[in-house]
Design a protein around this ligand. Structure first.
Ligand code: OOG
Ligand code: NI
Length: 317
């Protein structure tokens, strides 16, 4: 049903027109992500090699600045144009963030294929509530979004090219943002780049379909998982289980010539259990829509920390 991230091209031939273009854009976003984030690439390769053929994405996530049209809508319009449907809002008052998630079109054809060419993933897009930031932080964010011209219209293009739509900032501006919101600092240097992909563990074929086994396997393979609030994040109904790695970092050259390490992206795992009203369905008949859908604000709040200094600077596991 699902195959390796590198087997895409041959499979795309069965998908036509708009959907082939749409998936091509997602594939470019993924290729930027894999090139910048060696841990994410290694884990995708590892899980694929153990599980033989199955790798489906649960969701893809993006971050934005909620100001001047640069917020959620700037990225959402691409997905809405290709048939995605807006779902619930999630609010994170302490982090001064909000998010929306989008479900894929019901008629998306390829349930054969892997990763980006598998079942289309949900999309999770968040935005910083810029108006609630300090005047200094707002000034930096407005300086860069204003310098971007019509960049907000090309969020998906920027993401698939791995290009910022604004100038590179000064290191001092990055630090100003980081001191108030690590999310803001991340977005200033990563822009619309894919923040994470999420492997759908229940659609794996081996013992790794159990997220607790997958977490153990990932840690035994030498990768660090985000430990904020505990490695495994469980929704109050017990049906949505999530975990994520600590983000990779890369060296970034600021406009004042300083080169410093900045956080980039991470990879997440999600296991969605069967809803209670379907608990008697035989395993072979369980489809994705029989499982817990959506996201969970308390878990998401902790997953945001996957790019935090505190998680990145942890020693050992
Ligand atoms: C998103 C964190 C939340 C989820 O699945 O709940 C999340 C982010 O780090 O931008 O990914
Ligand atoms: Ni996520």
């Amino acid at each position: 049903s699902c195959t390796s991230p590198s087997q895409h091209a041959s499979q795309r031939s069965s998908i036509q027109g708009g959907e082939a273009f749409f998936r091509g854009v997602l594939e470019s976003m993924q290729s930027v992500y894999l090139n910048r984030n060696p841990t994410a690439k290694a884990i995708l390769d590892l899980v694929h090699s153990v599980d033989n053929n199955s790798l489906c994405y649960d969701h893809l996530a993006f971050r934005t600045f909620g100001v001047h049209g640069y917020g959620i809508d700037s990225m959402a319009s691409f997905f809405l144009d290709y048939g995605y449907i807006q779902q619930e809002e999630l609010r994170f008052p302490a982090k001064k963030l909000r998010a929306l998630w989008f479900s894929p079109p019901a008629d998306s054809r390829a349930s054969i294929g892997s990763g980006i060419n598998g079942p289309l993933p949900r999309i999770f897009i968040s935005e910083l509530l810029v108006d609630q930031m300090s005047p200094q932080t707002q000034e930096v964010i407005r300086k860069y979004t204003e310098s971007s011209g019509d960049g907000k219209k090309y969020a998906a293009l920027a993401s698939s090219l791995g290009h910022l739509t604004w100038d590179k900032p000064l290191y001092s501006e990055f630090q100003q943002l980081a001191s108030e919101s690590e999310y803001a600092a991340w977005t200033l240097v990563n822009g619309y780049a894919l923040n994470h992909v999420t492997i759908s563990t229940h659609r794996l074929k081996t013992h790794l379909k159990d997220i607790k086994k997958l977490n153990q396997f990932i840690e035994h393979s030498g990768f660090r998982l985000n430990s904020e609030g505990g490695v495994l994040k469980v929704s109050p109904d017990g049906l949505l289980l999530q975990s994520s790695t600590v983000a990779d970092s890369r060296s970034f050259q600021f406009s004042d010539g300083k080169t410093e390490s900045v956080p980039c992206s991470y990879i997440e795992f999600a296991e969605r259990l069967v809803l209670s009203q379907y608990k008697n369905l035989p395993d072979t008949e369980v489809k994705e829509f029989h499982r817990r859908d959506g996201f969970e604000v308390a878990s998401a709040d902790k997953i945001f920390e996957s790019t935090s200094k505190e998680q990145l600077s942890r020693v050992g596991s």
